[in-house]
Design a binder for this molecule. Structure first.
Ligand code: SF4
Ligand code: SF4
Length: 418
């Protein structure tokens, strides 16, 4: 009898054409094991074994959730090697809701976390703790202690080396609660800043505010907002409290839209679920991606300054596979006269960042990042952009990147305003 499991998918990328139109079937047992997803999976590209494919992971999830069977250590390990990039969802003819199934499996497994992960979850949840930590981080980065401390080997022993390598100086003053527009007022929006963007991705947030003001929108930055909950949800932790907080904070505001700037957070926000379905509906109705919002409301008479340069666009998995709005980035960048815009080669493969994956699976993550760095070397572009803060951080920390650094596309747009 013909068995899809016997098919040869050694040629990675062979099945990268979008077939389904998004997740649909929430039951892991519904997977046909056709293997159409295999070539799109970054871990299959790395390891070239069937255990590292979406269909094998879905079999493990089915075993766990449908058959109520425990997973072997190996099955557990292969399941956790998943980056949750969800490239498999885009090509699945059965429209398997892989991301949803993976989150269910994570919640069911309740994998014990070490002290560091537990501390990270608490810091992400609690703004006061984060605010107390930031000046200390800033001092540490200025102190000249980085190199000597790395040499002691303590960072590695404490499993802090990967996170430490990503650190950049944090902004220590909070954003203002409101930014009025100086041009004809067309409306008002609230800016989602999440947990750490205000400190570590300040330039993108300021560029967003500048652009929104320039097209006539007043911007408010509600101080009581919090993390989107993605890191928690994708790691089997309860995200309900974080979701409820954001629903309450943003739904109380009389604004036209709630704008997110990082595609990873945007993907989570766009999939919010809560007992209060009306609250989710109200939130979803006003939720907008910054790139799409700017494109939709761009005034015809707003002409940008020319830039004689070229840019390669990295398409984060959360943007490409979930929000599916990467076209808006190209359309916005095309508004800069003289700028040559092209996709980064191999955009369909995850850069390795994968939310917290870069910290939990550093070797796999770096192997994928070096594939991306090779793609960057093959591109003649002078500038690099990415719409996801996590990807930017991880890619910019690659020593092979030399002088070129990723910025959010909005920073190029804001710099080109007349
Ligand atoms: S997840 Fe979808 S594409 Fe992959 S084997 Fe199952 S049915 Fe086929
Ligand atoms: S989410 Fe990404 S890494 Fe995980 S199984 Fe699907 S394609 Fe592979």
């Amino acid at each position: 009898m013909f068995d899809f499991m016997e098919m040869d998918f050694n040629a990675a990328g062979k099945t990268s054409q979008p077939i389904g139109s998004g997740p649909y079937i929430p039951d892991a047992a519904e997977c046909m094991r056709c293997g159409m997803c295999v070539g799109s999976c970054p871990t299959f590209r790395l390891f070239q074994i069937d255990e590292e494919t979406p269909r094998r992971r879905i079999r493990s999830i089915s075993k766990l959730l449908v058959e109520n069977q425990p997973l072997s250590d190996m099955e557990h390990q292969h399941l956790h090697n998943c980056l949750q990039c969800r490239a498999c969802e885009s090509v699945c003819p059965s429209r398997m809701a892989y991301g949803n199934l993976f989150d269910q499996a994570q919640a069911a497994l309740q994998t014990p976390r070490n002290w560091l992960a537990k501390l990270a979850f608490r810091v992400i949840e609690q703004k006061r703790r984060r605010n107390r930590l930031m000046p200390l981080l800033g001092l540490y980065l200025k102190s000249g202690m980085r190199k000597p401390l790395r040499k002691t080997g303590w960072l590695k022993k404490l499993r802090l080396a990967e996170a430490e390598a990503l650190l950049t100086p944090p902004a220590l003053t909070p954003l203002k609660p409101a930014y009025p527009t100086a041009v004809n007022r067309r409306g008002s929006v609230a800016l989602f800043t999440g947990c750490i963007a205000e400190q570590f991705d300040r330039d993108t947030l300021l560029a967003s505010i500048t652009l929104l003001n320039a097209i006539g929108f007043e911007v408010s930055v509600p101080p009581r907002q919090g993390c989107c909950g993605a890191i928690h949800q994708h790691n089997g932790q309860a995200a309900a409290g974080l979701i409820a907080n954001n629903l309450q904070v943003f739904n109380a505001l009389p604004v036209d839209a709630v704008i997110h700037t990082a595609s990873g957070c945007g993907a989570m926000l766009s999939e919010y679920r809560a007992e209060d379905e009306q609250a989710v509906q109200l939130f979803s109705n006003r939720l907008a991606d910054i790139n799409e919002f700017l494109l939709q409301h761009w005034p015809e008479d707003l002409v940008l300054k020319p830039v004689d340069s070229s840019v390669a666009v990295h398409e984060p998995c959360s943007q490409r596979n979930l929000l599916k709005n990467q076209h808006a980035v190209y359309a916005l960048l095309d508004k800069i006269p003289g700028l040559s815009v092209a996709p980064l080669p191999d955009n369909q493969i995850c850069c390795g960042a994968g939310g917290s994956y870069m910290l939990s699976h550093p070797e796999n993550a770096k192997a994928l990042r070096s594939l991306k760095t090779q793609a960057i070397s093959a591109s003649a572009a002078r500038m690099l952009v990415s719409s996801n803060f996590g990807c930017m951080c991880f890619l910019n920390a690659d020593p092979a990147l030399n002088e070129q650094k990723f910025v959010h596309p909005l920073q190029l747009l804001a710099a080109s305003l007349p």
